[in-house]
Design a protein around this ligand. Structure first.
Ligand code: TYD
Length: 215
């Protein structure tokens, strides 16, 4: 397999989406439009976007944690087959807003299914394909939620309505994963001003993927 696969992780309000926009601006300015795929989970294609609607529908608050985990894994499997693998085969840089770590953290830890069980479920869904690099935006949930409330341009979904202890669990689980996979997961301090967060991310990218990000 060629190409290069990067996932972006972090809890709501971490600035992840804003930084991704800056990365795209940079690549486009360098004339690299044809050489990357920007995509997101759950989503990326028609089937996965439809699954996304079911998962995030505010009417579906009674959805069980297992159903949720299976739907995320189903959307991910389709996303891999239809979008990510073909792009990697074409030597593209794949930039994916959330991937397996989100399920391990949100469904495994925060919803209580168990991190290992959810990791195993996702090994089946992905045939163990893992990003080469994961940028994790580490933010204090209080800072993150304040940003969401201030902005409100983001999609408001039922997961935004969880309480702070949910987000504390999310953060602790991400930090645990970052310790477990120090070569793959790079932690960015996302409590800083956005400008500094952007600068820190670009520093990591220039080092790890110089072909695309050296100035
Ligand atoms: P998204 O709309 O991408 O929000 P954000 O801009 O914060 O990334 O994701 C919606 C929610 O889906 C988010 O709260 C995290 C959750 N999620 C899971 O719980 N499990 C998963 O496997 C994925 C991919 C997302």
């Amino acid at each position: 397999m060629s190409g290069y696969f990067i996932s972006f992780e972090g809890s709501d309000g971490s600035g992840k989406t804003s930084v991704l926009k800056k990365i795209i601006e940079f690549l486009d300015q360098k004339g690299q439009q044809a050489k990357y795929l920007l995509t997101r989970e759950p989503g990326g294609n028609k089937i996965s976007e439809e699954i996304r609607q079911v998962i995030l529908d505010v009417k579906n608050t009674q959805m069980s944690a297992k159903t949720e985990a299976l739907l995320y894994a189903a959307a991910r499997s389709q996303h891999l087959e239809e979008n990510i693998l073909p792009a990697l085969k074409e030597n593209k840089l794949v930039l994916c807003d959330r991937f397996v770590d989100s399920s391990i953290v949100y469904q495994g830890r925060a919803r209580g299914l168990g991190m290992d069980v959810v990791a195993q479920l996702n090994e089946f869904a992905t045939d163990k394909l893992s990003p080469e690099l994961t940028i994790y935006f580490d933010v204090d949930p209080r800072v993150g939620l304040a940003r969401i409330v201030a902005g409100r341009t983001n999609e408001v979904n039922r997961l935004d309505q969880e309480d702070l202890s949910f987000y504390d669990d999310v953060r602790a689980a991400y930090q645990e994963l970052a310790q477990k996979y120090p070569d793959r997961i790079v932690t960015i301090n996302a409590n800083q001003e956005l400008e500094q967060v952007v600068a820190d991310v670009f520093k990591v990218l220039a080092k790890r993927v110089p072909a695309f990000f050296e100035a």
